[in-house]
Design a protein around this ligand. Structure first.
Ligand SMILES: Nc1ncnc2c1ncn2[C@@H]1O[C@H](COP(=O)(O)OP(=O)(O)OP(=O)(O)O)[C@@H](O)[C@H]1O
Length: 743
């Protein structure tokens, strides 16, 4: 029992001492806190306590003993005090409420102190009422300085208004009377940024509409003033004024960090106006956004394309197709090795576009079987870029809308370049499917609106400088953060030799097109007129080694500032022995040897590589001659004949015995033989490079097989179902694979 009591006492004592110690700690903590917080506010009190008696005693001792000197000293101090007060008033600004308070308070302090000192000359500091005035006045003034300190501290969270200086003079001229400009800061990179807030009767939109006026008033380029709204607060925004052009001397081409990187790594294209790297990353974005590049002739579209292609050509798991009917060779001829299918002929361009649906389907099936919703580097398929220069001359936009919508999820990135994307040549639907944009110089501000989102043009980001500033523009989407959309960019520019050598040197790192896509594209791809190089191209190692040396020389010969080399990049050693296939190179450093030994070429590539340039040229010539002859035959030699109104796909009645329509028919051909005759006709066409046909073109083979049109139509239907032939509509067909050599 006694023990229990002791324990309870001990426990009570323990709790009591803990409480006491906690209270002590709390007291010390609060005391320390109060002391720390109040310390910055003590100097006015120390000054009020010490300065008046010291100064009062000094002036009284010096001049107070005689009436004459006291009078003169008082007059002098009074005059000086008045002058000092005036100067204080004059030099303190009053642009804001805070500044007004500071002006009144500083002037009052000076005037009161000098007035008291004037009286202290003869009365001394400690007589009455000098002592009372000192104690009351000093305390009041010290407190007022504390208030001032508190107000300044509060200003830290709410930036100080800077509607002074140049902007103050401009406000009425540019209609910014209702705009408060705060916290203006130079970025140190040629740009001044400031927060803005509009009065209740105005909007940020109204400020945006004055951007051009502000630019003119400040003598900066029209696109140099950008006003972006704050998404969180409709009354606030940010104005950015570019006062110096860091990009005017050109932007160096940034070499890749390494050869053999994945498509999902950033693609550096140039520089932002504030000196930051301008890069896109379409394949890593949540949604693959196709890109529309727009700009007048001479705006810099081709140069931009070269930079993009050069980077993609150094990557693994990446395939590029490019259509340029106007000046393909001139634009990218020196880099054509990096383009797997380079098309400069309208008919071949159509073939590519027609064969895409089959590729989309095949890729979709493979991705589904791999458990992927969209393309990622884990897929067995390559990422792809299909770039169409001056798309208005190449494609039927209805077809493109469908394609653009479907290719996105199967890892095919679509790039379309246009000089002027008006609604005439670019439908709203296709525009909606091109969410990435790079808009370079256009002639009129409204043209920029065809490419750039409204939020960007409204902010004043309008590249209406035509071809005067090549390479400059604005870019949106494709992984670019939204807040960068209104910052001017400039693409890089380097020599042709550097780009050509880079593409050639990187060939051992390029993968051939995956067989799924190659097979689905069928004969259109197998018979392509141009073949890029990749790691399966015979002799590519030696070629690349020589190109690496050429690259070193081209870099050395390039003008200063034309090439920038990342710290981690090491060019492959010339004639390095091929290494075994390795994991994807994602590190910054470039391995000293190429990534892979040449793998066995795919069926398509073997076939294609064996086809000599002369054979290809001959084939194209045969095709052209055939087209020429067929083109010369009138569409309907017998316009008045009884069968004239029949369509090719219509069933026709059996010819009457007395009809003059007679064909020499092979009797007794078995079903197998008849089919082979038809297939042989199609195969012959494929061998000669002809892939497009109409049902009527099969009549001779049908007749030779001893069959009639319904049989031919049935065969055609089966060929379509088997994926060997594609129906393009309007009674025309494309052969995807020869029925005698299916994929
Ligand atoms: N980023 C850049 N920096 C400096 N000069 C550039 C840049 N881009 C392009 N240029 C120069 O501007 C000129 C026109 O460029 P480019 O041929 O790329 O224009 P374009 O838009 O493709 O014209 P077009 O539509 O006629 O083909 C060239 O002399 C080129 O060197």
């Amino acid at each position: 029992m006694g023990r229990a009591k002791k324990t309870a006492e001990a426990a009570a004592g323990g709790v009591g001492s803990e409480l006491a110690s906690a209270a002590g700690n709390l007291g010390r903590t609060i005391g320390g806190y109060v002391l720390a917080k109040s310390l910055p506010y003590t100097p006015p009190w120390i000054a009020a306590a010490t300065l008046p008696p010291a100064a009062g005693a000094a002036v009284n001792a010096m001049w107070g003993s005689e009436a004459m000197s006291a009078g003169l000293a008082s007059a002098g101090i009074a005059l000086g005090g008045a002058a000092l007060s005036a100067v204080t008033w004059k030099t303190s600004g009053a642009a804001t409420a805070h500044r007004k308070f500071r002006r009144v308070q500083a002037t009052t302090t000076v005037a009161a102190s000098m007035g008291w000192l004037t009286c202290a000359v003869s009365a001394g500091p400690f007589g009455r009422p000098m002592l009372d005035l000192w104690l009351m006045g000093g305390a009041l003034l010290a407190a007022s300085w504390n208030v001032r300190q508190l107000m300044s501290a509060g200003q830290g969270a709410d930036p100080e208004e800077t509607n002074g200086g140049t902007l103050a003079k401009l406000t009425s001229a540019i209609g910014w009377e209702k705009v408060a400009v705060r916290d203006a800061k130079g970025t140190g990179k040629g740009t001044v940024k400031a927060q803005i807030e509009v009065a209740p009767s105005s909007t940020i939109g109204a400020v945006q509409s004055t951007a051009a006026t502000v630019a003119a008033a400040l003598h900066v380029p029209p696109s140099g003033v950008i006003v972006t709204p704050d998404p969180e607060n409709a009354a606030r925004g940010m104005v950015s004024i570019r006062v110096a052009d860091l990009l005017k001397d050109g932007v160096a081409f940034l070499m890749p960090n390494a050869f053999g990187m994945l498509p999902t790594e950033e693609i550096p294209l140039g520089m932002y106006a504030d000196g930051e790297l301008w890069a896109i990353n379409p394949f890593a974005a949540a949604i693959l956004q196709h890109v529309l590049v727009m700009g007048v002739t001479g705006a810099g579209k081709s140069e931009l394309l070269r930079t993009l292609l050069a980077h993609l050509a150094t990557r693994q798991k990446m395939t590029v197709f490019l259509i340029d009917l106007a000046k393909g060779r001139q634009t990218v001829g020196h880099m054509a090795d990096g383009i797997d299918w380079f098309i400069q002929d309208a008919k071949e361009a159509k073939r590519l576009l027609k064969s895409l649906p089959a590729a989309i389907k095949a890729r979709g099936d493979v991705l589904a079987s791999e458990g992927l919703d969209q393309w990622t580097p884990e897929s067995s398929l390559n990422a792809m870029l299909v770039w169409i220069e001056e798309a208005a001359d190449v494609a039927d936009f209805n077809e493109l809308v469908e394609t653009a919508r479907k290719v996105r999820s199967v890892g095919i990135w679509l790039g379309i370049s246009l000089q002027r994307a008006t609604w005439d040549n670019l439908s709203t639907d296709i525009r909606a499917n091109l969410q990435g944009t790079i808009c370079m110089g256009v002639n009129e501000a409204k043209d920029a609106g065809f490419a750039l989102p409204d939020s960007v043009t409204d902010a004043g980001a309008v590249p209406a400088w035509g071809s005067d500033r090549p390479g400059y523009g604005f870019a949106t989407g494709m992984g670019i953060p939204n807040e960068r959309w209104t910052t001017e960019v400039r693409s890089s520019l380097t020599t042709r030799d550097v780009l050509a050598a880079l593409v050639a040197a990187a060939a051992p790192y390029r993968d051939p097109l995956d067989t799924t896509t190659a097979d689905a594209l069928g004969q259109a791809y197998a018979q392509r007129a141009h073949h890029g190089t990749n790691r399966t191209t015979p002799g590519i190692e030696q070629h690349a080694a020589a190109a690496t040396e050429a690259l070193r020389q081209a870099i050395a010969a390039a003008p200063a500032g034309a090439v920038a080399i990342p710290a981690g990049l090491t060019l492959p050693a010339p004639a390095a022995p091929p290494a075994a296939p390795s994991a994807p190179a994602t590190a910054a450093a470039l391995p000293a040897t190429p990534r892979t030994a040449p793998a066995a070429p795919s069926a398509h590539d073997t076939e294609d590589e064996l086809m000599s340039a002369a054979e290809q040229a001959a084939e194209m010539e045969i095709q052209d001659t055939r087209d020429e002859i067929l083109g010369a035959i009138p569409g309907d030699p017998e316009p008045d004949a009884a069968y004239a109104d029949l369509q090719l796909d219509d069933d026709v009645a059996e010819a009457d015995d007395d009809s003059d329509m007679e064909f020499e028919q092979q009797e007794g051909m078995s079903a197998e033989e008849a089919r082979h005759t038809l297939y042989a006709e199609l195969d012959g066409w494929v061998q000669r490079g002809r892939l497009e046909f109409e049902p009527a073109d099969l009549i001779p083979a049908t007749v030779a097989a001893g069959r009639k049109r319904p049989w031919m139509q049935g065969q055609l239907k089966k060929l379509v179902e088997d994926g060997l032939v594609q129906r393009d509509g309007h009674g025309s067909y494309t052969i995807l694979h020869s029925p005698l050599q299916p994929a």
